[in-house]
Design a protein around this ligand. Structure first.
Ligand code: ADP
Ligand code: MG
Ligand code: MG
Length: 249
């Protein structure tokens, strides 16, 4: 599904990704682990199409389509979704209105009719209930004053509604207590399927007890330096990243 070849990226003259190569197959949950500053969030932004990043070389293909030629909206319409490490607060936009706009613009891009307001509210309320998000939060401005865990749950709510093909979770586990971690993981696991793939970025093995990955990739200095199965996460938890840092350097 996702094919990244020899990706080199810089921002403000600082080179961050240095020849990153990664393949994620249909239905696969791939975990990306790595030390702070190794370029994990940069990778997620480059896939989703955030501006400011200069791609110097390499390819990013989603089902054979060149994502780098598409603007962020086109990528979203193609099925890319990024759950942010630091979700933005949007004062003045009620959460329900935001979700309605996001869902309907995606339906439009796919050539589908807008949902009626009652149908939309039914879907949002159902998804919120499954993620144990209180209904009154949907009336509040998006993410404004939400706790860290509430913001992360809201990202997963958006993901559940948009039903993207390729989901990127950037440190969704950070700031979650153990109950919230289980709720969020259940929400993600419910979306797993043959036609949907995930890139799960995390520092910690703990999340991977709940969202069990098919593959684990270690990033250091802007590239993937080791790939393996889920046991690789346990090895990292035991030994840390020191070996990979020196290897990458
Ligand atoms: P990770 O998510 O793995 O912690 P990031 O992708 O956030 O790593 O950052 C990788 C490196 O790029 C870090 O050294 C960070 O300071 C640097 N970086 C990220 N964004 C910018 C920016 N806008 N300007 C300059 N350096 C940046
Ligand atoms: Mg980080
Ligand atoms: Mg990061």
């Amino acid at each position: 599904m996702l094919e990244i070849r020899n990706l080199h990226v810089q921002i403000e003259d600082k080179k961050i990704l240095n020849g990153l190569t990664l393949t994620v197959n249909d239905g696969e949950v791939a975990a990306i682990m790595g030390p702070n500053g190794s370029g994990k969030s940069t990778l997620s932004y480059v896939i989703a199409g955030k501006e400011d990043y200069e791609v110097l070389d390499g390819e990013v293909l989603l089902d054979g389509r060149n994502l780098l030629e598409m603007d962020p909206n086109e990528r979203a319409a193609a099925g890319v979704f990024l759950a942010f490490q630091y979700p933005l607060e949007i004062p003045g936009v009620a959460t329900m209105s935001f979700l309605k706009a996001a869902l309907n613009s995606q339906r439009k891009a796919r050539g589908e009719d807008e949902l009626s307001t009652p149908e939309l509210m039914k879907r949002v309320r159902g998804a919120a209930e499954r993620l144990q998000i209180p209904q009154d939060m949907l009336k509040r401005a998006l993410n404004v004053g939400f706790s860290g865990g509430e913001k992360k749950r809201m990202e997963i709510l958006q993901m559940a509604l948009l039903e993207p093909k390729f989901c990127i979770l950037d440190e969704t586990d950070s700031g979650l207590d153990i109950d919230a971690l289980k709720i969020v993981s259940d929400g993600v696991n419910a979306l797993r399927g043959d036609k949907r793939s995930f890139l799960v970025i995390t520092h910690y093995q703990r999340l991977l007890n709940y969202i069990v990955p098919d593959t684990v990739h270690v990033m250091a200095n802007g590239r993937v330096v080791k790939s393996g199965g889920k046991e690789l996460a346990l090895e990292l938890e035991a030994n840390g990243y020191a070996d990979y840092r020196t290897q990458a350097a």
